[in-house]
Design a protein around this ligand. Structure first.
Ligand code: SD4
Length: 341
């Protein structure tokens, strides 16, 4: 008997083959992909986020709406520390970063934002309602309140408070590789078990039925970071980049090293030169490894990309990174290849 999981996986594979055929036929006219939306997102929390995105994509909705709704699911989740229940900075405050980008190269982001539940939606308002791309700190919060976003209570979640109290004993800043995988899903341990959950993010890119691309990225950043620290996620071109003619990419992991190589933009430019999404992600990872030398052994960075032909790919420094995909055929969590195995 075929169980549900096998069915989902095999239907994704067979549909991928059908899709690949259609893709080959449509290379000169990528917009003929009508009817084959897809969404991919980082880590295992991506499965649930993709489902939220699919409620829009599956009905023929716009990729931009899907990538906002998708990551809002993660921002709200009690099993994930992307949102307000997340890891605080070293002064004990949760500060959130997010970005969004659409098929017209419109983009918006917020950083160092406190007490607002859905930073990705504030980023979208920055994009749509201001002449700017990025708002930070109290200015971003002021804008959010003016736009009607409620100001939430300034209070750490129980688990965050516990971890913070524990962390204060040594005050040691030590990002943990692949910590995201320890915290999601129904059987997830508490967010800060052993004081270990040091960073978390979801990045999502999608193609809608019109063949248009959009992306989003939202994070609480690295746990116990210096106050005021920003990572790559709110920086267009680093944590997220979309070029509707070519493809889209998002990043996760140690943001400082993603920024160093303008990671997501680099991946999209490599796809422009003809590399597949996976090869482009690999090339950008190799660039980080060349820069970091031996230090690369102790960091994680992963890129996840989608091209205009509907092909997807990812590559990471360390093993353990996986991404979630959702198509008309079903959903799947795919382990990415990595430099270190
Ligand atoms: C950051 N890139 O703030 C984010 C962290 C991350 O999974 O991706 N965590 O540097």
């Amino acid at each position: 008997m075929i169980n549900r999981r096998k069915f989902i996986l095999s239907s994704v594979f067979s549909s991928a083959a059908v899709l690949a055929g259609k893709l080959a036929a449509s290379q000169s006219a990528p917009r003929n992909l009508k009817g084959n939306p897809l969404v991919i997102s980082t880590w295992d929390a991506g499965l649930s986020a993709n489902r939220a995105a699919w409620e829009i994509l599956g009905k023929g909705g716009r990729a931009l709406d899907a990538v906002e709704k998708g990551v809002m699911d993660t921002e709200s989740s009690i099993n994930c520390c992307v949102g307000l229940g997340a890891n605080p900075d070293r002064d004990g405050f949760v500060t959130l970063d997010a970005s969004i980008m659409d098929e017209f190269a419109n983009c918006g982001s917020v950083a160092f934002l406190e007490r607002i539940k859905h930073p990705v939606s504030v980023a979208r308002r920055v994009m749509e309602k201001t002449p700017h791309v990025m708002l930070v700190g109290s200015g971003a919060q002021q804008f959010a309140i003016a736009e009607g976003f409620p100001l939430e209570e300034q209070k750490l979640s129980e688990s965050a408070q516990k971890a913070y109290t524990e962390w204060l004993k040594t005050s040691e800043y030590k990002p943990v590789i692949n910590i995201e995988n320890k915290g999601h899903g129904p059987s997830a341990p508490s967010q800060f078990e052993n004081g270990e959950w040091n960073h978390d993010t979801i990045g999502m890119v999608a193609m809608d039925t019109n063949g248009n691309l959009s992306g989003s990225c939202t994070t609480s950043g690295m746990g116990f970071k210096m106050r005021g620290r920003l990572g790559d996620s709110p920086i267009i071109g680093a944590g997220l980049f979309v070029d509707n003619e070519i493809g889209a990419c998002t990043a996760t992991g140690q943001g400082e090293d993603v920024i160093r190589v303008a990671g997501s933009h680099t991946v999209v430019e490599l796809m422009r030169q003809g590399l597949s999404p996976e090869a482009a992600c690999k090339s950008a990872i190799n660039r980080i490894i060349r820069i970091k030398g031996d230090k690369a052994k102790s960091i994680q960075v992963a890129f996840l990309a989608l091209n205009k032909k509907g092909q997807v790919g990812a590559y990471a420094i360390q093993k353990g990174f996986s991404y979630a995909i959702r198509t008309n055929a079903g959903e799947k969590l795919i382990p990415a290849k990595s430099f270190y195995s």
